[in-house]
Design a protein around this ligand. Structure first.
Ligand code: APR
Ligand code: ZN
Ligand code: ZN
Length: 361
């Protein structure tokens, strides 16, 4: 029997989001219905609403979530009703060229639920990133459910479903930050702060936070930054070089997604160092760099997709480290809100004083 629940939809381009009744089908083969307990508000939800991702309105927003599996369809063996899970948007296929080469975190054929959730009039909904978790319940592929220790609060656990995982993974997976490294992070929002927390966890000796907002730099210090640079007042490339013996950082993580900040990252890294781009640019942005510098400075220029995470490997591990007091995930939850406050949370995103607003259900 399909169920009716409340969920937040984006009805059309730039229209305010609203709470509607959503019809959630019973799980089919390989699917699961999850009772959502918490879901963070991410920039990507706002981009969906603005029509910046696809024009397949209406969207069922929300994708940074944790909850409890309510029911599963035929053939589902990895999760069972009652399991506490974080939802992921990387349910790996096991068969594409990346998976077959043993690199499933790059899986090129990830999957979502086959059936559609709808409005009561039958209008099909497009769930954000194949999740759609600003809703009391949602239908996903079972592979999108990653079981973790239920001792952690859902508002905190759900963060690993997207932005915080992207930042931590940019440091520990893509950047391969290790003990003793010097790391600079440009842009200290939720993603950049998570990269700082990841670098700290990995044993980086020096962690330089760069932002244009002093409030963000203050928060960055609580995540593990050892030095801060306000790049509105100080040239960040010069400052990072000065703080690293004149050479530049071993790993520079760009968590803004703009050509100017990418260039700063490029020149603020030591010879043979690594640049990690985790900020997401927009289509019109262009990058111009002397090719000789690209060659001559050596090293690696990498992009980090979702922190190059493998949910089954990374989520339970990071939740365990959080429980041991080694990863302060709770600091990312600025406020908890209700389903009908998502629009307000979008407005507050520009204010600069929110890392994450989390809807709790
Ligand atoms: N130089 C340094 N910092 C900057 C600059 C700049 N030119 N412009 C903006 N910032 C800072 C902001 O002050 C803010 O602290 O970058 C941070 C961006 O943070 P958020 O807006 O909270 O974004 P976040 O959720 O962290 O995502 C960052 O990663 O996943 C992507 O789409 C996401 O592109 C976005 C990026
Ligand atoms: Zn695959
Ligand atoms: Zn997201």
């Amino acid at each position: 029997m399909a169920q009716e629940v409340r969920g937040v939809i984006a009805p059309g381009k730039n229209e305010p989001v609203r709470v509607e009744t959503i019809v959630v089908p019973d799980p089919g083969p390989g699917e699961a219905v999850v009772r959502v307990q918490a879901c963070g508000v991410c920039h990507t939800d706002l981009h969906y609403k603005q029509g910046g991702i696809t024009d397949e309105f209406p969207f069922l927003l929300g994708h940074e979530a944790a909850g409890v599996v309510e029911s599963v369809g035929d053939g589902v063996t990895d999760v069972a009703p009652g399991d506490f899970v974080i939802l992921n948007w990387r349910a790996v296929c096991g068969q594409c060229r990346a998976c077959l080469r043993g690199r499933p975190w790059y899986c090129f054929n990830t999957h979502n639920a086959k059936q559609k959730m709808t409005l009561t009039d039958g209008t099909e909904l497009s769930p954000a990133l194949g999740i759609g978790a600003f809703a009391e319940k949602t239908l996903v592929a079972a592979g999108q459910c990653t079981k973790v220790d239920p001792a952690v609060s859902p508002a905190v656990a759900g963060l690993l479903g997207c932005g915080v995982m992207a930042g931590i993974g940019a440091a520990i997976n893509t950047g391969n930050v290790g003990r003793g490294d010097s790391v600079a992070v440009i842009g200290c929002g939720g993603v950049g702060d998570a990269a700082i927390a990841g670098a700290y966890l990995a044993g980086a000796a020096k962690i330089i936070a760069v932002d244009i907002d002093d409030r963000k730099l203050a928060t960055a210090r609580t995540m593990g930054a050892t030095h801060t640079v306000n790049s509105k007042e100080t040239d960040p490339v010069e400052a990072i070089r000065e703080l690293t013996g004149g050479f530049g950082a071993d790993v520079v993580i760009e968590a803004v997604g703009r050509p100017e900040t990418y260039k700063q990252a490029f020149y603020a890294r030591d010879l043979a160092g690594t640049v990690v781009l985790v900020g997401v640019p927009t289509p019109e942005m262009k990058l111009e760099l002397p090719l000789l510098d690209v060659f001559g400075r050596g090293g690696a220029l990498k992009s980090s997709w979702y922190g190059d995470c493998l949910p089954s490997r990374d989520f339970p591990m990071l939740i365990d480290l959080h429980r041991q007091g080694r990863l302060p995930l709770e600091k990312f939850v600025t406020e908890t809100i209700q389903l009908d406050e998502v629009e307000k949370a979008f407005e507050r995103m520009h204010g600069g004083d929110v890392l994450r607003s989390v809807v709790v259900l």
